[in-house]
Write a new protein. Structure first.
Length: 525
């Protein structure tokens, strides 16, 4: 049996061995032999074509590199069969007789779980059409990048040079209506996180893009952060199982996905906050098992996906906020009247400048690398390793205020904390009993958010429920903006006599109050 071979390079620069299918290259599959022998010979022939790669881990299946440089995951025998037909002519022998040329389906499924078959293929952690940062934070080069375990990247894109400038990034940031400087800095942090997302499996935040009105630029900021990695989107669902099914199905069909966006999440159905136990678990799992009914067999993958959520006005659960990188937009005036000096940021500027932005991000990392990779030990987040590294890169390049908006966003975006802050700001520095705070709560119209419906109808129920809630949040600091002030307060609790029998009282101690500027109209002058 003779095979005619020729070394070639694909259009994206990956060397492969082309096997010509003629009568001399037919693979004989002998069903009278142990299956492992047939699996090994077929695996060797398929591996020689150069476009099949093994996913890391035991019995984890294959990735097929398409002509456009993008991968698809082969997890079923029915997906493997047409690839074999296109590449290797097969002749079946059973009981010493020729039986045609189609491998039985049972063997096709078994091969994808068999080491006899899979050991023939080179392992890659990911096939990527866009640049990524390797283990030493150097940028991937075209072809196979052996950065060690978890950083074996087959990069099918174009080489990226580190830029010494930040002009393109700043041009984009300057036209976006970020509420604070911290929101602006966090947008750059989001882009760096996507670029280096292989470094923190189960340890990188959710990009939480919020805004005060529609068309403020939430999805534009997420598109900026995604860069060349691109995004795929799903809709937020009221039930968590529906979010999980949509997420898993999308992630499994797009193995090269960089950012998966839960798009335009909104509150409905009587809910007072956006929440998802599945998303909370996913972002903290280094190797999640992707499985949901109707989405195929379970697949375990290293968590290199960045999750993003966009919402207008939506209050978000405390668990999501603790795992979030918050970016808030607050445009003034009618957004339809805006005229950007860079053209349409989302549909014109970003598509035309994605490569430049990536080069500038790579340049930021290169400068940080050249200075010895200093960490920002003042950056505090539940994902601490991520925060210290990203904070170090940002500070090296002149971006300050990283995560400086976290406390205010946790108050503003969490419905419970927001209402407690409003309650405390109305009566700062007063030691009051739970019943007195409950009366103020009703007067301010906060009971529906703070008190469950079964406790809401009586004074005793409201007092008891609010007392429990206040105890849970003891010693926490809240930031809130009222009509006249920006207020920072701390919830204190004390058990004392106060002139009679011992009782529990609470106080929202005023830490700081800043007067907001007053804009005087001409009629008031």
């Amino acid at each position: 049996m003779r095979a005619t071979t020729e070394k070639t390079k694909s259009h994206h620069g990956v060397e492969r061995l082309k096997v010509f299918a003629d009568t001399d290259t037919t693979l004989v599959w002998n069903d009278d032999l142990p299956p492992a022998e047939n699996y090994a010979r077929l695996g060797e022939r398929l591996a020689a074509t150069g476009d099949f790669f093994r996913m890391p881990g035991y019995a984890s299946g294959l990735l097929l590199l398409l002509p456009n440089g993008k991968p698809i995951q082969i997890e079923h025998g029915k997906d493997l069969l047409p690839a074999i037909i296109d590449r290797v002519p097969v002749q079946i022998i059973r009981d010493g007789k020729l039986k045609g040329g189609r491998i039985p389906a049972a063997h096709l499924n078994s091969m994808l779980l068999s080491e006899s078959f899979l050991c023939n293929f080179r392992s890659v952690d990911r096939i990527s059409t866009h640049p990524v940062l390797l283990a030493d934070f150097s940028v991937s080069t075209p072809g196979f990048n052996d950065g060690g375990e978890n950083h074996r990247i087959l990069f099918t894109g174009m080489a990226v040079e580190a830029s010494a400038s930040l002009d393109t990034i700043n041009s984009f940031l300057d036209v976006m209506a970020f509420e604070t400087q911290a929101d602006r800095t966090n947008a750059v942090a989001a882009a760096l996180t996507v670029l280096a997302r292989d470094h923190w499996p189960g340890g990188k935040p959710i990009i939480l893009a919020t805004a005060t009105k529609s068309h403020s630029g939430k999805d534009t900021v997420i598109k900026f952060a995604a860069g060349l990695a691109g995004t795929v989107s799903i809709s937020y669902q009221a039930t968590d199982w529906a979010v999980e099914r949509s997420f898993v199905g999308t992630a499994k069909t797009a193995p090269d996905v960089g950012v998966l966006v839960v798009e335009n999440a909104r509150l409905d159905g009587g809910r007072n906050k956006i929440a998802s136990g599945f998303l909370e678990r996913f972002v903290t799992d280094p190797e999640p098992v992707l499985f949901s009914t109707g989405s195929g067999r379970p697949v375990r993958r290293r968590n290199d996906i960045v999750v993003a959520i966009s919402t207008n006005f939506g209050m978000v659960s405390q668990d999501i906020l603790n795992r979030a990188l918050p970016i808030h937009l607050a445009p003034v005036g009618d957004v339809a009247d805006r005229r950007s000096p860079i053209g349409n940021p989302r549909d014109e500027f970003l598509p035309a400048n994605r490569e430049k932005i990536t080069s500038e991000l790579v340049g930021m990392v290169a400068r940080w690398n050249a200075q010895g990779m200093p960490l920002d030990n003042n950056a505090h987040h539940s994902f601490s390793v991520w925060a210290r590294i990203i904070g170090g890169i940002l500070k090296t390049n002149g971006f300050n205020d990283f995560l400086g908006n976290c406390r205010s966003r946790r108050t503003q975006d969490d419905p419970i904390k927001h209402c407690l802050a409003l309650l405390g700001a109305a009566r700062p520095d007063e030691w009051l009993r739970p019943g007195e705070w409950a009366a103020s709560m009703v007067e301010l119209g906060l009971a529906k958010t703070l008190i469950e419906s079964n406790e809401r109808d009586t004074d005793a129920g409201r007092t008891r429920a609010l007392g429990v809630l206040l105890s849970v949040h003891e010693c926490e600091v809240f930031e809130v903006t009222t009509d006249a002030h920006c207020v920072r307060i701390r919830l204190d609790k004390v058990r004392g006599r106060f002139g009679g029998e011992p009782q529990v009282r609470y106080r929202f101690a005023l830490i700081e109050r800043l007067d907001l500027p007053v804009n005087t109209s001409p009629d008031q002058e």
